[in-house]
Design a protein around this ligand. Sequence first.
Ligand SMILES: [Zn+2]
Length: 310
Amino acid sequence: MKRRGQRCCLWLALLAATAHAQDYPIQPQPVAADSWAVIADTGYFTAANGGFLVNSAFIATGDGVVVIGSGPSRAFGEQYRRVIATTTGQPVRELILTHKHPDHFLGSQAFRDVPIRADERTTAMLRSEADGLAENLYRLVGERMQGTEVQLPTAPLATGMRDIGGHRLEFIAVPGHTQSDIAVFDHTSGVLYAIDQVFNGRTPTLPNADIASWLQSLARLEALPFTVLVPGHGPVSHDKEPIRATRRYLQWLDATLRRAANLGLTANEVMALPLPAEFAGWAEARDEWRRSTGFLYGRYEQEALPALRP
Ligand SMILES: [Zn+2]
């Protein structure tokens, strides 16, 4: 009897450990009154992190919770929804999708009962690209994507000011990281949800980047009178330094790729170039440099062609 009891306990413990292992480590961090950020791992997509490497946030206004980003999978979205309910004790009123990257919107199935907002351009891109983006994440993350399907936006997201439950929220167009990105500035709490326009201690990802517009958007964000900054990746900040560091990285990357193209270096040679000390210590520094060179170097080579012609 005793042995059977022990076996039963062992089995239960194993089951609990398995359930725990499959849970995402979602720990909301208060950033201001009624406002939380969920800070993720800063690595790359793996089965172990289940794709949880993007920050999200929520604001408990006096008129329901505004959620910014739904995370990488259905399982994440469902768990996130429960965490939001426990943390705020309020119903969710709407979900904001800031841009088209899959790790920021594939948890949206868990928010089907509320408006899922994205701006017109992002919605159009998601209509044609979302299945491919989701497939790519399935390939990288595997099992924890199970049951995840693309949930398209169901409501418009206009730029400008909206007063919601005592919070004055400004939705700002800040393209550059992708063709269309929206930042949210809460004038009431002073929190700027810059999302993927700003990376903090984590190397920026540039598969859809337009560096010139990204730099303009960073100038716009830097001018805002915020006191707390929630980046898309990396820890929360209380100053403008992550904006400036993201700018320095983009400027260095742009200048380095241009110089390399003018010298006629091959993509492989560019990928092997040394990284400045400031950026070499950032998470995923070497891998993102390789990926960015792959995405962008062709454009620089095209631009350099006339100069290289005899
Ligand atoms: Zn992104």
